[in-house]
Design a protein around this ligand. Structure first.
Ligand code: DAH
Length: 338
C-alpha cells in the first residue's frame, strides 16, 4: 500500500528534523508542519478516501499510531526543553511582583444578587431551571398549547432535537412544582433566549427572575403587597407603582406592574415613551390549569407568580441606555461597576 510507505517516510523525515531542533520556536514550526490542520499527517488522512474498504482500517490504524508517535515525541521534547530553561533562568527575587488586576462583578449579576437578597429576606429560596428544555416545560405545562396564539408573544429558538432554548424562566415554576409538594416560595433567576432583532432595547438572550408562591388561601392582595415591598426595596421608599391588567396564559387574572420613573430629563421621556411610567414585571394568580398539569390540588391551593426582566432593572439602576453593552465584555464598561 502506497500510504504505508508514505507513513514510514514521514516518520523518518520527522525524526531527522527533530534531532536538529534547537529551541521552542523551531519545535513549534515542526509541530505545525506535521500536526496542524493542514499538516502532513492531515494530508495523509485525506488520502484515506481513495483506499479500498479492506485497506482503509489498516491504514487508519497506522496513521493514528503515527499521529500519536509524533505527538509523544514533541511533548517529551518540550519537557526536556523547559527543564533546561528552568536550570538556566536566574530569578531576581527583588523585582516587584506582577500587578494582577481585580475583576468586577458584572452589573447583571449585581442586579440579580440584589433582587435575590430582597426576596430571601422575606423567606423565598432560590431554584433553577434548565436553559435547554422541552416544549412541555416551556410551553404546554404553562397552558400554552401548540398552535396557541400566545406562542407569538415569544419568538422561539427551536432545536433540531425538538427541544427549545427556554423563552422565559417560567419553565422553572413547572420543574419546581413537579419535584416538590406545596407550599412553595421560590425565586428562579436565569438566562432566557428569544429570536428577536438585536437593537438598543432587545437582544437574542437576556435574563429574568421568576417568582412563585403557592399555599392555601393566597390572594391577589398578597401578590400586590410583596411586589410593592420589592419595588420599595429596589427603588426607595417613595417609589410609586401601579398594576395594569394584562394577559399571560399561565396566570388568571394577570397584570403588569409599572413604576413611576418621572419625566425630569430627555432620557426619562424617551425610556417611558412620554408617560413617566415604566413596566418592570409581569405577574398574576397561577392558573388552575397549571396546577392540574403539575398535579397540585387546585381546589386546595392557590398561588401567585411573577417574572422580572433583569436587564430592564439594571438599565434603570445604572443608567445604561444600550442593552448590548451588557454582553460585550468590554472592561472599560464593566470596570465602572466596582
Ligand atoms: N414569562 C413571562 C414573560 O416572559 C413573564 C411572566 C408573566 C412570568 C407573568 C410570570 C407571570 O410568572 O406570572 O413574558
Amino acid at each position: 500500500m502506497l500510504i504505508l510507505n508514505k507513513i514510514k517516510e514521514i516518520k523518518d523525515e520527522f525524526n531527522l528534523e527533530l534531532s536538529n531542533v534547537k529551541n521552542i520556536q523551531e519545535l513549534d514550526t515542526l509541530k505545525n508542519k506535521y500536526l496542524s490542520r493542514k499538516g502532513l499527517v492531515a494530508s495523509l488522512f485525506t488520502m484515506m478516501g481513495t483506499l479500498s474498504s479492506q485497506d482503509r482500517p489498516i491504514a487508519g490504524n497506522e496513521l493514528n499510531n503515527l499521529k500519536k508517535y509524533l505527538n509523544d515525541k514533541i511533548s517529551s521534547h518540550i519537557l526536556i526543553q523547559s527543564s533546561e530553561i528552568k536550570i538556566s533562568t536566574k530569578i531576581d527575587y527583588t523585582l516587584p511582583g506582577a500587578n494582577l488586576k481585580n475583576g468586577t462583578v458584572h452589573p447583571l449579576t449585581k442586579t440579580v444578587l440584589m433582587i435575590e437578597d430582597i426576596f430571601q429576606k422575606i423567606g423565598f429560596s432560590i431554584a433553577y431551571g434548565p436553559e435547554i428544555d422541552s416544549d412541555f416545560y416551556n410551553f404546554e405545562a404553562l397552558n400554552i398549547p401548540r398552535h396557541h396564539p400566545a406562542r407569538d408573544m415569544q419568538d422561539t429558538f427551536y432545536l433540531n432535537d425538538g427541544n427549545v432554548l427556554r423563552t422565559h424562566t417560567s419553565n422553572s415554576q413547572i420543574h419546581f412544582m413537579m419535584d416538590n409538594e406545596p407550599p412553595v416560595r421560590i425565586i428562579a433567576p436565569g438566562r432566557v433566549y428569544r429570536n428577536e432583532d438585536v437593537s438598543v432595547r432587545s437582544y437574542c438572550l437576556f435574563h429574568q427572575i421568576e417568582g412563585l408562591y403557592v399555599d392555601k388561601n393566597v390572594s391577589f392582595s398578597d401578590l400586590k403587597s410583596v411586589l410593592n415591598y420589592f419595588a420599595r426595596e429596589l427603588f426607595g421608599n417613595d417609589v410609586k407603582t401601579r398594576f395594569r391588567p394584562s394577559y399571560f396564559p399561565f396566570t388568571e387574572p394577570s397584570a403588569e406592574m409599572d413604576v413611576y420613573w418621572g419625566l425630569n430629563s430627555e432620557s426619562d421621556k424617551r425610556i417611558t415613551k412620554g408617560t413617566g411610567w415604566l413596566e418592570i414585571l409581569g405577574c398574576g394568580m397561577v392558573d388552575p390549569e397549571v396546577f392540574k398539569n403539575v398535579k397540585y390540588d387546585h381546589s386546595l391551593y392557590s398561588g401567585y407568580a411573577f417574572g422580572v426582566g433583569i436587564e430592564r432593572i439594571a438599565m434603570l439602576l445604572y443608567g445604561v441606555e444600550d442593552i448590548r453593552e451588557f454582553y460585550k465584555g468590554d472592561t472599560r464598561f464593566l470596570g465602572q461597576f466596582r
